[in-house]
Design a protein around this ligand. Structure first.
Ligand SMILES: Cc1cc2nc3c(=O)[nH]c(=O)nc-3n(C[C@H](O)[C@H](O)[C@H](O)COP(=O)(O)OP(=O)(O)OC[C@H]3O[C@@H](n4cnc5c(N)ncnc54)[C@H](O)[C@@H]3O)c2cc1C
Length: 139
């Protein structure tokens, strides 16, 4: 089907999200949940970006789905894994922020209508060389 650009018009919003992949839609859904009027614009003829093609697996240590599945990781384990993978690029403040907040992100989307996830009990790591295996992935 031939792509036809939408007719020009002015739209007011509190937040303009450019791009409709996981990052854009995550920002849009979060902002809308907090009461903002959100517009998502997409340059392609279809929504979803690379996200729509992806496996959709997200590595989120300590996420609530994994905990309910009986996976209780030592909080130090993901840090050891990331230290091994990132070497001198390991940024403690960023890693701590990710590990502290990512489980809340999963809980938020799990409790948001139209979003759902499933647990990968023990998902393999991308690199076969790492001696420390991360556990909790969600999708
Ligand atoms: C086959 C495959 C499998 C994968 N599996 C996994 C997986 O299991 N787990 C994992 O973590 N990662 C996976 N990935 C990687 C993952 O899909 C990407 O890292 C992720 O989707 C990126 O999300 P994003 O929101 O940043 O970008 P995207 O999903 O690419 O979204 C960006 C959007 O912005 C739009 N855009 C760009 N510029 C503009 C503009 N100027 N105006 C308007 N719109 C614009 C694009 O058209 C696109 O729709 C996979 C990737 C592929 C290809």
């Amino acid at each position: 089907m031939a792509y036809r650009p939408a007719p020009s018009r002015i739209i007011d919003c509190d937040l303009l999200v450019i791009g409709s992949g996981a990052s854009g839609f995550a920002a849009a859904v979060s902002a809308a949940w907090h009461g903002l009027n959100v517009v998502v614009v997409e340059k392609h003829s279809h929504f979803g970006g690379a996200t729509a093609w992806s496996g959709g697996w997200a590595w989120v240590p300590g996420n609530p789905l994994a905990r309910r599945a009986g996976i209780h990781e030592d909080p130090e384990q993901p840090k050891r894994y990331l230290r091994n993978e990132l070497g001198e690029r390991y940024e403690a403040a960023r890693i701590d922020a990710f590990l502290d907040n990512a489980p809340h992100m999963v809980a938020f989307f799990e409790n948001t209508p139209s979003c759902s996830g499933q647990t990968a009990a023990a998902s393999p790591t991308f690199t076969a060389t790492c001696p420390v295996l991360p556990l909790a992935a969600t999708r």
